[in-house]
Ligand binder design. Structure first.
Ligand SMILES: [Zn+2]
Length: 337
């Protein structure tokens, strides 16, 4: 199967970040020509005259099945928001998760996202709907302490079973995630990270989204979340931490030394008014890999990566009083490479 996309503006995202006008040719699943004119015969012709042809975007933090909750939990305090979401969530059926996933996948593909990283329970239901949709999914079954969950059985064991069920799927990476240090004790964190290391899997988790969760852990453990994860041996390059808006420089340095990635969720943080701005310039200076996530449709009302790039950029410029931070090319890099 040969596809020729004709006469577009190709945003290559190559080392020189060139934008080239011309044809892009795909043989089966491989790009075989970028730019110039393709004179051969194609099985499928796409006229992209005047359009942008660019790499698919990667949304590194969402809860796709929550797309059915778009617009139903707005303008609430963080506490009221959590109460209402928990109430809706506890009544939901597999069919609701299936419909939510299909809606979310459709929305992401329409907006140019070709891969997403999900954090949720019942990822087996989400996996089937994701495969039907045809988008790539890195699906992290959410682990937390057994006495704090509505999941049946032990969440880490559930994640392991999910991995065994879907490993080797063509467009899926079944994996494990963590809800956050506020509901994950040392044993849960270490078991989840050990599993990610054993199978070499990415691990999505919430980290320092609110000031309250940081203060609570400090009271319990005498350490901030990243310091505590470092102490228990759970910091790892496979980790992709969402939000990460309440950090000290020491924590940023520890994350960089571990080779971690962060997923900026600017719109979600603003919608829930959790305060804090993820320290992007410091992440980059210290070797933390920066990516962008939308978070779920109930904390964003959109899974659109273009609006996420725009708002993340504006938030950082405004917070730093510096129009040069987070330039457009850098934001596109966060979403694509
Ligand atoms: Zn989240």
């Amino acid at each position: 199967m040969l596809t020729a996309i004709r006469d577009g503006y190709i945003v290559t995202q190559n080392d020189k970040r060139e934008v080239i006008r011309g044809d892009l040719v795909i043989q089966d699943e491989r790009i075989v020509q970028v730019g110039g004119k393709y004179n051969g015969i194609a099985d499928r012709e796409i006229d992209a005259k005047g359009d942008i042809v660019m790499p698919g975007m990667i949304n590194t933090h969402t809860h796709v099945a929550m797309s059915v909750m778009k617009g139903v939990v707005d303008d609430l305090t963080f506490g009221d928001f959590l109460d209402k979401v928990f109430k809706i969530d506890s009544d939901r059926t597999d069919r609701d998760l299936d419909i939510g996933t299909r809606l979310g996948c459709m929305e992401m593909m329409r907006g140019g996202t070709t891969t997403f990283m999900d954090l949720y329970y019942s990822e087996d239901v989400i996996a089937k709907a994701t495969m039907d949709a045809g988008i790539r999914g890195v699906l992290c079954w959410c682990a937390l302490d057994e006495d704090k969950t509505t999941q049946t059985g032990n969440p880490v064991d559930n994640a392991k079973r999910f991995y065994e069920q879907f490993k080797g799927s063509r467009k899926l990476i079944p994996s494990i995630g963590l809800q956050g240090v506020y509901v994950c004790n040392e044993e849960t964190c270490v078991r989840a990270v050990d599993f990610a290391r054993e199978k070499d899997l990415p691990l999505n988790f919430h980290l320092s989204e609110t000031r309250g969760e940081v203060n609570d852990l400090k009271k319990q453990q005498g350490l901030r979340p990243v310091e505590w994860l470092d102490k228990i041996g759970a910091l790892d390059r496979r980790m992709v931490s969402a939000h990460s808006a309440w950090l000290t420089m020491n924590e940023v340095r520890l994350m960089g030394a571990a080779g971690m990635s962060v997923s900026l969720c600017a719109v979600s943080n603003m919608k829930l008014a959790t305060g804090g701005v993820a320290p992007v310039p410091e992440f980059l200076q210290n070797g933390v890999n920066v990516t962008i996530g939308t978070d779920s449709n109930n904390t964003n009302n959109s899974l659109d990566m273009f609006s996420e790039m725009k708002i993340a950029g504006l938030l950082h410029k405004s917070a730093r009083w510096d129009a040069t931070v987070t330039p457009a090319q850098q934001l596109l890099d966060f979403c694509t490479i």
